[in-house]
Design a protein around this ligand. Structure first.
Ligand code: FCB
Length: 458
């Protein structure tokens, strides 16, 4: 065994969740309807036919959940606020009971020595705003400004790490193009508008956060995935570059002052996805590139891209084979820790990011408590170990990574997959709401207490 690898002394060790995935209580204390409440009622939208009405019942059980975080030894917690709990009509009158809930939660976190990282938007838009076009309508930007103002005024004295938006690609493309997330639309034109308004709302929110929350840090969270051609054929290389453009560069470029990537603009125009990008108004790109204090990276896997334009039989042989089932999580996502190192290095080297957090990283494996009552989830432990080593590799190469948030604290409502996909460090029995810390959670707990990864067997 080698000595192990230490993390920087002030490293943030957290777990991440989001409001709709854990809170439940969707009609309680004046909460308005969200697009996810509505989407879940669409026949066939959710794989197991469930919804978020109860989820982990965190709205009632949050003190117990804070206890679990303490037991795990975390020093940070990333969570999101449900916009419809705070502003049930999207804009206008605030709901005091909704704000009180987050107020108590923040105080509870601080009293337990946990640094809150608050995400303003993790996908549960008030349905009333969707009825007016949602993110595809430019009006959403001023609505988000108002919402940001309300939340930061109330919590800005205590919350010092703010995330504006979680994963713009998922909001825009999964929600408006592929229709596999709320609001379930399938229209590239709307998707590109939505992506723009998400980024614009982010840029407008940053100064509001700084004004209402002194000495705070504001940033956005993007999901990144290195895009690798399956072969060295031109077709696969072109397809991989196109995927990189859609998934990574479409967001990273404008956030870093480069505007939208020209190759993708040409491609989207040729495909009829946009009429001249007329939704980009004067000054928008400057707003989107408003300097932030950190960039949050969510990382799960890489993308191995094969051109669909050429039949498999005619394309060059694969250099990267399709990953075996044994190297995939329950989501079908390949376990590929090197992609995390590469993504962190990329934003540091290519985009000059100065402070980074891994704001989500984790794996779905469905292990249930055994006869001994414990949850033996060795694959998740191995996933965490691999990806934490990937973080260390990035840090060793000079990447300014200052924290790691595991996805997720609890097994929870995994969007369109319902309760079938379990990402938690803590197992949740959704019938009894019993929580059980998994073996992986116990392992992570030791690592973060030591602030050191154990050495690997050589
Ligand atoms: C991310 C989401 C998060 C969770 C994980 C598995 O894209 O931000 O809410 O669903 O995937």
């Amino acid at each position: 065994m080698s000595e192990g690898r230490s993390l920087p002394p002030s490293f943030l060790w957290g777990a991440a969740t989001s409001s709709f995935q854990i809170e439940g209580a969707t009609t309680e204390d004046g909460r308005g309807e969200s697009i996810w409440d509505r989407y879940c009622r669409q026949p066939g939208a959710i794989a197991d036919g469930t919804d978020g009405a109860v989820a982990c019942d965190h709205f009632h059980r949050w003190p117990e959940d804070l206890g679990l975080m303490r037991e795990l030894g975390l020093n940070a917690y990333r969570f999101s606020v449900a916009w419809p709990r705070v502003l049930p009509d999207g804009t206008g009158a605030t709901n005091p009971k909704g704000l009180d809930f987050y107020d108590r939660l923040v105080d509870g976190l601080l009293s337990k020595g946990l640094r809150p990282m608050l995400t303003l938007y993790h996908w549960d838009l008030p349905q009333v705003l969707q009825d007016k076009g949602g993110w595809a309508s430019r009006d959403i930007v001023s609505a988000f400004e108002q919402y940001t103002d309300v939340v930061t005024r109330r919590l800005g004295d205590r919350v010092k790490d703010w995330v504006t938006i979680n994963e713009p690609w998922c909001v825009a493309v999964l929600g408006y193009v592929h229709g596999v997330q709320a609001p379930g639309l399938k229209d590239w034109k709307l998707g590109l508008r939505a992506a723009h308004h998400v980024l614009l709302a982010h840029g407008r929110a940053v100064p509001i956060i700084h004004a209402n929350s002194p000495a705070s840090r504001a940033g956005i969270v993007v999901i990144l995935s290195p895009s690798m051609p399956a072969s060295d054929s031109e077709a696969d290389q072109t397809a991989a570059r196109a995927f990189d453009g859609e998934f990574n560069r479409w967001y990273l470029d404008p956030l870093h002052g480069r505007g939208y990537p020209a190759d993708k603009k040409d491609e989207y125009t040729a495909a009829g996805h946009s009429s001249n990008f007329d939704f980009v108004q004067e000054g928008d790109l400057e707003t989107i590139a408003t300097p932030t204090d950190f960039l949050g990276i969510n990382y799960y896997s890489r993308a191995i891209v094969r051109s669909s334009a050429i039949p498999e039989s005619e394309n060059r042989p694969r250099l990267i084979p399709e990953p075996l089932a044994s190297s995939r999580t329950d989501m079908g996502w390949e376990v590929y820790p090197q992609g995390l190192t590469a993504s962190l290095q990329r934003v540091h080297r290519e985009y000059g990011a100065k402070r980074l957090f891994v704001t989500e990283n984790g794996a779905a494996y469905g292990m249930e408590p055994g006869p001994d009552g414990a949850v033996h989830d060795e694959p998740r432990r191995a996933y965490l170990e691999g990806h934490l080593n990937a973080c260390c590799d990035a840090i060793d190469s000079g990447v300014p990574l200052e924290g790691y948030f595991a996805w997720s604290l609890l097994d929870n409502f995994e969007w369109a997959f319902g309760y079938r996909m379990r990402f938690g460090l803590v197992h949740v029995d959704f019938t009894t709401q019993k929580r059980t810390i998994k073996d992986s959670g116990r392992w992570l707990s030791q690592v973060l207490r030591d602030n050191r990864l154990p050495g690997r067997a050589t």
